[in-house]
Write a protein that binds this ligand. Structure first.
Ligand SMILES: NC(=O)c1ccc[n+]([C@@H]2O[C@H](COP(=O)([O-])OP(=O)(O)OC[C@H]3O[C@@H](n4cnc5c(N)ncnc54)[C@H](OP(=O)(O)O)[C@@H]3O)[C@@H](O)[C@H]2O)c1
Length: 287
């Protein structure tokens, strides 16, 4: 079923334009290097336009994997392809697994609380996801490799890439969970106190502490670093020719690096530099 003729699923021309335009996304996120205003998460503001953190994350982050799946199931027949090679489905699987975790499980099931966000942040992330879903989806669904022989000779790179992808995902989820544990522990403490003293529960929204486990001992944004490793592995699976996977990784870094540096300034202000020790923002010993 075609949603918008020539756009969803994308014609070759639309797909090429989407890939080209998405390559310029770092120009939009460049503004984050110059200002500390970022109305989401730790730095969320009180605005009457705010969206719920949990539903905001779920809806904005779902756009990419839904677009990708839709394109994978509609474009091949439009292009006269009877099936896609297993390498394409492997990459699609990696992408979908990550975003089921990020867009569904994390916000709706696992995270104890998430700060509200401004619609502008939602819109930027939604656009990022849509462009990314179209560019990776188009490559996987017929504008990239279309036969098993297109993948031949690349198996070692694919295996190493998959291992890196899997460790990156595990590392990302492990460090995400370390942050969740801070709020779960605060909740347990409040409940124990409430039982003893009858004091009403305050809730754990916006309760922050310095995370200490795993790579958090070296950097404040260990979950970001692991996610970059994950998408570097994904790019390795697709190979140099997979320019949408490269653009994805570059755009993630361009978006998340200034956010991590901003976050480090936030931690310094809240807890004091001495409490952070030698921790960097995101790359141990460097940045
Ligand atoms: N931000 C991006 O641009 C971006 C882009 C791509 C992927 N991601 C991925 O998405 C995930 C979430 O990213 P994010 O930018 O929202 O990360 P984040 O600011 O570190 O927040 C992650 C979650 O942990 C909570 N949290 C953060 N620091 C905490 C602390 N010191 N103590 C207790 N709880 C804390 C946050 O609560 P609050 O919401 O209440 O602050 C939020 O629920 C990460 O795994 C990241 O790799 C992010």
């Amino acid at each position: 079923m075609t949603i918008i003729a020539g756009v969803l699923p994308p014609s070759r021309e639309t797909w090429e334009w989407a890939c080209y335009l998405f390559g310029y996304f770092p120009l939009i996120t460049a503004i984050q290097w110059t200002i500390d205003w970022y109305p989401q998460g730790k730095t969320s503001t009180n605005s009457r336009f705010n969206i719920s953190g949990k539903w905001g994350w779920c809806t904005m982050e779902s756009a990419g994997f839904i677009a990708l799946l839709y394109i994978m199931f509609t474009l091949p027949s439009e292009l006269g392809l009877s099936s896609l090679p297993w390498g394409n489905w492997t990459m699609a699987g990696c992408f979908v697994i990550h975003y089921i975790y990020r867009a569904v499980l994390s916000p709706l099931v696992l995270n104890p609380s998430m700060a509200p966000m401004h619609p502008l942040i939602w819109l930027m992330a939604f656009s990022f996801q849509l462009f990314n879903g179209i560019s990776i989806g188009g490559w996987l669904a017929g504008y990239g490799p279309t036969t098993d022989s297109d993948w031949a000779g690349r198996y070692v790179y694919m295996e190493v890439g998959l291992v890196l992808w899997a460790w990156g995902l595990l590392g990302n989820a492990f460090h995400d969970d370390d942050l969740r544990e801070i709020r779960r522990a605060a909740d347990r403490k409040q409940r124990a106190e409430a039982e003893k003293t009858g004091k009403p529960l305050e809730g754990v929204e916006k309760v922050y502490m310095i995370p200490k486990n795993g790579l958090f001992g070296y950097v404040l944004y260990a979950h970001y670093l692991c996610e970059w490793a994950e998408w570097a592995g994904f790019w390795m699976v697709g190979g140099w020719a997979c320019h949408p996977a490269k653009t994805f990784l570059v755009n993630e870094i361009a978006t998340m690096l200034p956010r991590a540096l901003q976050g480090k300034r936030w931690y310094e202000k809240k807890f004091g530099k001495e409490k952070l020790g030698n921790r960097k923002a995101v790359v141990p010993g460097l940045i």
